[in-house]
Unconditional design. Structure first.
Ligand code: ADP
Ligand code: ASP
Ligand code: MG
Length: 461
């Protein structure tokens, strides 16, 4: 039988500087008997900076774009210098230098044309993970771990939907087997960049912001891994964003369904698509803290134990726009919803929450620059209004299915808050509503206090 393996994905803060990368090296070393495959995000904030470089170059400001690119060069060289001995650094320096020359070439090309396409955006953004995976491979090797970098663009095959490309699983899986299996069998540690892939024709793509988690899951499912570990900067999935509510508690175990709802509605700790490939193969996913590796983290499993608490967690997603579509003439008209959804489809705008009445439909979308064009399009069939600076708050828990009166309990706590939309999800495990963005901290803190003051020790730490 082929050797089993585990996937270890390290997020941006876990590879953010030389100290963090050294911690990663020792975490990987501890797992060597389990045959780790390492997936790395770009160093913290690097993807943001690359996207800024791409934008500035697209505006034709070559000088600023190149200055920003040089800052990135410095940061990577400095980190490499701290991590590697002189001999290794000299070798690595020229490898990294070639990447930066290519990046600068690309930046010059974009500034000369003065136009940024999604395709060239991806080409620029991909450097974060190209560089971090090289850096991490060199650091592992410098510490005596036999690591081999595998270019994700040789394995992760995607469609051509640049900046949000979708993986083509069949082709990806066969490439993963072809390239990674031999390394695992030789006892080597493959290291790949997350977030990036390539089309069938070999053009670089990215799979959406925060997508390295998804990469880890694609790779894990493709290789039939025993588990997928998502290493980040918090102790696991918490009852709410610890930045918003420092009293948040760690959730010891959560179901795939609950984790997917939370991720989708704003729990940034996990990319929303991550659990899908893992669910299909029933591969457990763990969220772990690279600054506190002895903490057991959160296990995401097919089924979570029944909890005495109403909810597992509260998520909030800001920068939401509500679109209200009112069409009295269309009262009960057949095909009205179809026309609406087709308009969203034409503008490629995904919808989060929907609520309908006979004459109107309200929908929420992530705020973005395509909304005015969509509204103009929709105004041909109905009256359209839209309003930004909204937020979705989502309470998740398997208990919602069974316990009556939960909604009354939640909204009873929020009698002074203007609730714009309510939806109790089709999955029956989420209660979702929309409020003004600036009320998020107070609403989340109040709900957290009400529903998470006493915790079931089986499920929460
Ligand atoms: P990485 O760079 O490792 O991918 P992210 O920044 O994408 O890390 O995700 C980790 C962050 O997610 C945490 O620092 C935390 O602020 C945020 N977060 C939001 N909601 C939650 C939650 N429910 N549990 C844990 N972290 C959360
Ligand atoms: N580096 C990418 C981003 O910042 C992917 C990731 O970190 O998951 O979006
Ligand atoms: Mg992330």
């Amino acid at each position: 039988m082929a050797n089993s393996c585990i996937i270890m994905k390290f997020g941006g803060t876990s590879v953010g500087d030389a100290k963090a990368i050294e911690r990663v090296v020792s975490i990987v070393r501890d797992r060597l008997p389990q045959n780790p495959v390492v997936v790395a995000s770009a160093m913290a904030r690097v993807t943001d900076q690359l996207l800024k470089i791409a934008r500035v170059a697209g505006d034709g400001d070559r000088k600023t774009a190149l200055t920003l690119a040089r800052e990135l060069r410095e940061r990577h060289y400095n980190t490499a210098g701290e991590l590697l001995g002189t001999a290794l650094f000299t070798e690595f320096h020229s490898d990294l230098g070639t990447e930066f020359e290519e990046l600068e070439e690309l930046v010059r090309g974009i500034s000369a044309v003065g136009e940024l396409t999604p395709r060239s955006t991806d080409a620029v953004a991909s450097y974060g993970e190209i560089l971090s995976s090289k850096l991490l491979t060199a650091a592992l090797s410098a510490h005596g771990i036999e690591a081999t970098r595998v270019d994700s663009r040789d394995c992760i095959v995607t469609d051509e939907n640049f900046t949000r490309a979708a993986p083509l699983f069949e082709e990806t899986n066969s490439k993963l087997h072809e390239l990674l299996r031999p390394l695992i069998e030789q006892g080597r540690v493959p290291v790949m960049g997350g977030f990036i892939g390539a089309t069938r024709a070999g053009v670089t793509t990215t799979i959406g912001r925060g997508g390295s988690d998804f990469s880890a899951s694609i790779i894990g499912a493709g290789l039939n891994a025993d588990k997928i570990e998502i290493w980040t900067d918090v102790d696991g999935m918490m009852t709410t964003d610890p930045n918003l509510c420092p009293e948040a508690h760690r959730i010891k175990v959560i179901s795939f369904d609950e984790a997917a709802e939370l991720a989708y509605f704003g729990a940034k700790v996990l990319h929303p698509a991550t659990v899908l490939p893992a669910v299909e193969k029933n591969i457990p996913v763990y969220i772990l803290n690279s600054r506190n590796p002895s903490c057991e983290g959160t296990r995401i499993a097919a089924r979570a134990p029944h909890s005495k608490n109403f909810f597992k967690a509260i998520a909030a997603k800001k920068r939401i726009t509500i679109i209200d579509i009112v069409a009295p003439r269309m009262l009960l008209a057949h095909g009205f919803l179809k026309q609406i959804f087709e308009a969203f489809d034409r503008h490629r705008i995904p919808i989060d929450v929907v609520s309908t009445s006979e004459v109107s439909v309200s929908l929420t979308v992530d705020s973005n620059e395509s909304i005015p064009a969509l509204a103009a399009d929709l105004s041909q069939i109905a009256d359209v209004k839209y309003e930004g600076r909204k937020a979705i708050v989502c309470l998740v828990g398997e208990n919602l299915r069974e316990v009556p009166g939960i909604a009354a309990h939640v909204f009873g706590e929020l009698t002074d808050v203007k609730i714009r939309m309510i939806s109790q999800g089709a999955s029956e495990i989420n209660l979702t509503f929309v409020i003004d963005e600036e009320q998020v901290p107070s609403v989340v803190q109040r709900l957290h206090k009400t529903f998470f003051s006493e915790l079931d020790a089986e499920v929460f730490a």
